[in-house]
Ligand binder design. Structure first.
Ligand code: ATP
Ligand code: MG
Length: 476
């Protein structure tokens, strides 16, 4: 648990209810404590910091109303949720007047409790974050708004961004596909003194050696066949700004050498040119590969590796920071609902469990795709696990044939059918995972998995996989 893990106190004089609430909330990556009466609750609050208190209204010694009143007097920042029995409207109105964050009429379902507590935590975290940001500059605010997550890992990333942004140092962002490398690169730029200048993102994975060099450094007329006129390169166009070189593991050794020279002096010759150009650009690199290993085996230049490994920011995969899943999922849910004009408010229990248990091989991008698809599909106010389409073949039971075979021939045929069905399931899920990890870009998915593009496409056709209608997301 990090210092930022939300702390919740449950107050009820029935220990079973306390334990039940504790169990329900324990899935949310928060720290839950229990008090069995109002006095103990207030003593605990004096001794330790809490973010949210969930208290019953009717308790034998000190009632929930009094607990709420005292908390609001002494610790007004704590969000208090009051459980009101007997669906009493007047007590609900009164607790809201005294300053409760919300009330929860009995009986309530686990997901109702989780939803209201999550809202209270988010509200508390947002105001805490706003408090912190009041003293810092506007730029720092922009990172906090884009990079969602309370995990200590993501908080570390935010703090590294804040430290490195104002310097002119080059930054290397490492992380699996879809973890947010480009988002981090944009945040570094947005929080730097260069924020009013240009940010250029260059996908080094799709540009081959010479083409990449001429894009970056430009070329003079006649530098090579097809160079009919002079071309200003990105480094020249990005003068005073930031250039983000994505997927640098794909850069050829030659171009790595050219970049190394450029990094030393910020000077370069356009291809075929003889006039030295001097610019002022900051470089941010990103990779999802193990560059160190590539440097050892010789597919990446060691000197270039050491030159760019000055300030590495490592974004851990989503499965290693599960407490970020729900906040990010809710953020996407709100985003897509606004865009699609829908009013879905939450995920049901099963959906929450599924989201948290899932491994997310395509990380935050896959989570975004899954939420987008579920918002398109969902027709109610609540997203269920069926709307998520998060199939996981490893959990699936093998299908039983409709009737048990009677002869050896029938047994053989049935075994063959089961085999075919299992392979199809595996193959289909394999394709979907590869596509989701690559933002449904077929060329990249094929390359990543070692398929020829046409073979990959044929398999997609075989399983009827069609690319989802893309909704354009503007740059952050
Ligand atoms: N912590 C986060 N909070 C909110 N959104 C996030 C977060 N991390 C990533 N995203 C979103 O997830 C998507 C993927 O992020 P991004 O493109 O930065 O990943 P990437 O690491 O560059 O992926 P790739 O390696 O495939 O290029 C984007 O829509 C981004 O806005
Ligand atoms: Mg990227």
């Amino acid at each position: 648990m990090s210092a930022d893990t939300p702390r919740i106190l449950i107050v009820d004089d029935e220990i079973n209810i306390c334990r039940n609430c504790e169990k329900i909330l324990s899935k949310m990556d928060c720290e839950v404590s229990i008090a069995q009466n109002g006095h103990d609750a207030l003593a605990l609050i004096e001794a330790e910091p809490f973010d949210v208190v969930v208290t019953d209204l009717k308790m034998s010694r000190m009632g929930g109303m009094e607990v709420l009143r005292r908390i609001k007097e002494n610790n007004p920042d704590i969000r208090v949720i009051v459980i009101t029995g007997y669906a009493s409207v007047s007590s609900a109105v009164e607790v809201m007047k005294i300053g409760a964050f919300d009330y929860l009429p009995k009986p309530f379902t686990p997901h109702e409790l989780r939803a209201v507590v999550l809202q209270a935590i988010t509200d508390r975290m947002t105001s805490r974050q706003n408090q912190r940001l009041k003293n810092s500059d506007e730029a720092a605010r922009s990172i906090a708004h884009q990079l969602i997550g309370n995990s200590h890992q993501i908080q570390k990333v935010v703090s590294m961004i804040q430290k490195v942004s104002p310097t002119d140092s080059n930054v290397l962002v490492c992380g699996e596909s879809g973890t947010g490398k480009e988002l981090v690169a944009r945040a570094v730029h947005a929080n730097s003194n260069r924020k009013d200048s240009v940010f250029f993102a260059v996908d080094c994975g799709t540009l081959s050696g010479n083409l990449l060099a001429s894009e970056l450094f430009g070329h003079v007329k006649g530098a090579f066949t097809g160079a009919h006129r002079e071309k200003k390169g990105i480094f020249r166009l990005a003068h005073q700004g930031t250039v983000f070189l994505d997927e640098i593991s794909n850069i050829s050794l030659d171009v790595q050498g050219m970049l190394l020279r450029f990094l030393e002096s910020q000077e370069f010759y356009p291809l075929g040119g003889t006039t030295l150009q001097k610019v002022n650009v900051r470089l941010i690199f990103a990779t999802n590969q193990d560059l160190q290993n590539m440097a050892v085996v010789g597919t990446f230049r060691q000197d270039f590796y050491y030159r760019i490994f000055v300030y590495p920011i490592l974004i851990p995969p989503l499965r290693e920071r599960k407490s970020d899943i729900l906040p990010i999922a809710y953020n996407f849910l709100n985003q897509f609902c606004r865009r699609m004009n829908k009013s879905i408010t939450e995920f049901d229990d099963d959906a929450v469990n599924r989201l948290i248990a899932f491994d997310w091989p395509g990380n935050v991008r896959q989570l975004r795709n899954v939420i987008e698809r579920s918002v398109i599909h969902c027709e109610k106010k609540l997203i269920t696990s069926a709307d998520l389409f998060l199939s996981d073949y490893s959990l699936a039971e093998p299908a039983m044939p409709e009737s048990i075979p009677h002869t050896n021939e029938e047994l053989k045929q049935a075994k063959k059918n089961i085999r075919i069905a299992a392979i199809s399931k595996l193959e289909k899920q394999f394709l979907i995972n590869a596509l989701e990890q690559n933002n449904w870009n077929v060329t990249r998915a094929a390359r990543q998995t070692g398929f020829q593009r046409t073979n990959f496409q044929n398999l997609m056709k075989k399983y009827g996989i069609i690319l989802p209608r893309r909704i354009r997301i503007p740059n952050p």
